[in-house]
Design a protein. Structure first.
Length: 204
């Protein structure tokens, strides 16, 4: 069976990339980018949904009650999604490495990492892309289904889809690096959660 990780960085490897989501500039940039899909979905719902965000509050007490309930459900759903997103990262890492995971949250992001090993390119790629693939399919399917069944649930899942796409911007950036810039199969990545390092053999 092919190795999925190294416990120590081989001597002939050199660092070629490093990112820290806790860095003020990087963290701010990632969070600003993550707002783009959310704002896009919000505007789409506001102007096109059959029961759009304008009609959730119609100026009476019942309208306010349902609007507040919708916002509460949305907030709880986003929190649950963030937890599940990191658990999916962790599940892939756990299956492929069997190593201890590190979960946490900083001012800029929630995170999951496997800090005591250096994972090979395929392992890193699968762990990075897993939440995008899993929840992208789930939220897109639910959004399409409820677009024809119930406008409020449609709005809920469409917003969650926007949150999901925005929340994956850091994962997609790292995935893009592995796909298009660092294609060497011998690549190693160290992922502590908020920080990632990429290493390549010196002769690569």
């Amino acid at each position: 069976m092919k190795k999925t990780y190294e416990t120590q960085l081989p001597q002939n490897y050199k660092e070629v990339f490093h990112i820290d989501a806790r860095d003020k500039k990087i963290g701010l940039l990632l969070n600003l980018i993550s707002l783009i899909p959310f704002i896009g979905v919000f505007l789409l719902l506001f102007f096109t949904a059959e029961l759009n965000l304008k009609t959730l509050f119609d100026g009476n007490s019942d309208g306010l009650k349902w609007l507040l309930l919708f916002c509460l459900v949305l907030i709880l759903s986003i929190i649950a999604y963030i937890v599940l997103h990191e658990l999916v990262h962790g599940a892939v890492y756990k299956v492929l490495t069997k190593r201890k995971l590190k979960f946490g949250i900083s001012w800029s992001c929630a995170f999951c990492g496997v800090p005591d090993v250096y994972t090979y390119r395929t392992t890193a790629f699968l762990a990075l892309i897993a939440p995008f693939a899993v929840f992208g399919v789930i939220f897109l399917a639910l959004t399409i289904v409820f677009a024809f069944l119930h406008p409020v649930y449609y709005a809920l899942f469409a917003i969650l889809l926007g949150v999901h796409l925005g929340g994956c911007c850091g994962d997609l950036y790292m995935t893009g690096l592995l796909l298009f810039k660092y294609k060497n199969k011998e690549l190693l990545m160290r992922d502590t959660g908020p920080e990632q390092w990429i290493y390549l053999p010196e002769n690569a």
